[in-house]
Design a protein around this ligand. Structure first.
Ligand code: NBP
Length: 476
């Protein structure tokens, strides 16, 4: 065969990815379970490059140059396993199977081990940027063997987004590292969206501002440190008018947020690793609360608020406070996400370069933002940085906004505006910087009821107090 890369699974994502390869000059083998999608791609876009279409998997595999590089872009889960099972007997040692769907990383770990045992490379790769990114340049996060990246890297980097000429694609690490990093990316996306939503609510309730007015504030924010895709689309959405009613579009949308599950995966994994990702967790639970209809119905008009209406006097000062609080909370959410990547990298032996992850998220993906440059720089200063927040740049940037952050969170509490992500991020900030935490009391309680032992501040060792008898301290 002659095709340099193949794509099987030609629904929206696979179709656009195949077109992206072709538009970048690669000869692309294309295949889909049902031929209609393959035919439609040829009919609509066959002139964009060189496509080699096959009806059968056998012909598809035969059309590929060796080592064969097959991108699988089908529904995550059982469909991905079915396609892999069909491909494997047709492949030869050294061939590369790339799963570009949204697999859960433990599935990728399992598939990679199974294919490695057969002498094949399996590359689980995160692809972010949705339909448009797939076509015009996504952020690409490939895992698997370093050897497979020697073959794939140049092709994937060519079709990825570019920022300042630098590709938004790099080798992430072995096994499930690529899909893991994509999962955390999505978790951070949840936190970022929730923080923006809380900022919008604060401006709405504090100022009584209209959606369009708040949209203009976001547009203004997008010219500074907060510049990002999510802030940009927020400004756009808030200024959009519903055609049917003439009302602000956001005011006619039902306030129940849905989710496909990557936020949940991120939080579940953080619980397994014991990493506090409070921003992502609050964001995931805030979506769940919004969808808790029976609870919301039971509470509405029933639970007393004991608040007074919020009438902010200095509008400009309040807007600036919310902006600073948003930035600080956002830094906390990212700092926590990068802690989670570090913990998994350590646990699974993936050796992930966190600065490189921030670099490939600067373009193509949903969380693309100006401030990711700052994260890359922080990890360049110190690759083993234990806490992103403690990097000199972020200490300064967040430190500048701490008083504003406190005013916003306390104001929200006083006036009954729910800001779970703002408030928990501030609590995290105060917790992580505390000289002494009440965890000492927890340890004492644990020793009291369960003889779980404790350590002391003044000498080495592990101790237990005989609480129920004479309360002497013993070496444990
Ligand atoms: P879908 O997730 O809707 O999957 C449809 C594709 O899967 C079709 O090509 C379908 O073939 C194929 N397929 C199924 Br379903 N079962 C199959 C089986 N047993 N054997 C072979 N093929 C099978 O497509 P999508 O929306 O393009 O998404 C593709 C992947 O990309 C998913 O994993 C998704 O989660 C991920 N995704 C990522 C982003 C992003 O921003 N990164 C966005 C959207 C989706 P058929 O045509 O014959 O039915």
């Amino acid at each position: 065969g002659t095709a340099e890369i193949g794509v099987t699974g030609l629904a929206v994502m696979g179709r656009n990815l195949a077109r992206n390869f072709a538009r970048n000059g690669f000869t692309v083998a294309i295949h889909n379970r049902s031929f209609a999608k393959t035919q439609s791609l040829l009919d609509d876009h066959g002139d964009e490059g060189t496509f080699v279409a096959s009806e059968s998997v056998e012909d598809f595999v035969a059309s590929l140059a060796r080592p064969r590089k097959v991108v699988v872009m089908v529904k995550a889960g059982a469909a991905t396993d079915a396609v892999i099972d069909e491909l494997v007997p047709l492949l030869d040692e050294g061939d590369i199977v790339v799963d570009a769907g949204n697999a859960h990383f433990p599935d990728t770990v399992r598939r990679e081990a199974a294919l490695r045992a057969k002498g094949l490379h399996f590359v689980g790769t995160g692809v972010s940027g949705g339909e448009e990114g797939a076509l015009l340049g996504p952020s690409i996060m490939p895992g698997g063997t370093a050897e497979s990246y020697e073959w794939l890297g140049p092709i994937l980097e060519k079709i990825s987004a570019k920022v300042d000429g630098v590709p938004c694609c790099t080798y992430v690490g072995p096994g499930g590292a690529g899909h893991f990093v994509k999962m955390v990316h999505n978790g951070i996306e949840y936190a970022d969206m929730q923080l923006i939503a809380e900022a919008y609510d604060l401006l709405k309730q504090g100022l009584g501002a209209s959606a369009a007015e708040i949209g203009q504030i976001f547009a203004e924010w997008n010219t500074g440190d907060l510049e990002s895709f999510l802030i940009e689309i927020t400004a756009d959405v808030l200024q959009h008018v519903d055609a049917a009613t003439g009302a602000a579009f956001v005011d006619v949308v039902l306030d129940q947020a849905e989710q496909k599950g990557t936020g949940r995966w991120t939080v579940q994994n953080a619980l397994d690793l014991g990493v506090p990702i409070t921003g992502i967790a609050e964001a995931t639970f805030a979506r769940a609360l919004s969808g808790s209809v029976p609870q919301r119905t039971a509470a509405l008009g029933t639970l007393p608020a004991h608040t007074t209406p919020w009438a902010v006097e200095d509008r400009d000062a309040f807007v600036e406070d919310v902006r600073l609080a948003l930035y600080a909370s956002k830094v906390v959410a990212y700092s926590q996400g990068f802690d989670q990547i570090a913990a998994a990298s350590e646990q699974f032996g993936w050796d992930i370069d966190r600065g490189a992850m921030a670099r490939i998220w600067r373009g193509g993906c949903i969380i693309r933002a100006r401030f990711l440059n700052r994260i890359t720089e922080a990890y360049e200063r110190n690759a083993d940085l234990p806490l992103l927040l403690a990097d000199e740049y972020f200490t300064g940037a967040v430190g500048n906004g701490v008083q504003a952050w406190r005013r916003v969170v306390s104001g929200a509490a006083l006036h009954g505006v729910p800001t779970p992500a703002f408030a928990s991020s501030l609590a995290y900030y105060d917790g992580v910087r505390a000289e002494r935490l009440p965890a000492a009391l927890i340890q004492a309680q644990r020793d009291f009821f369960g003889a779980h032992t404790y350590r002391r501040t003044d000498r080495e060792g592990t101790f237990h107090t005989t609480w129920s008898t004479d309360r002497t301290e013993q070496d444990a």
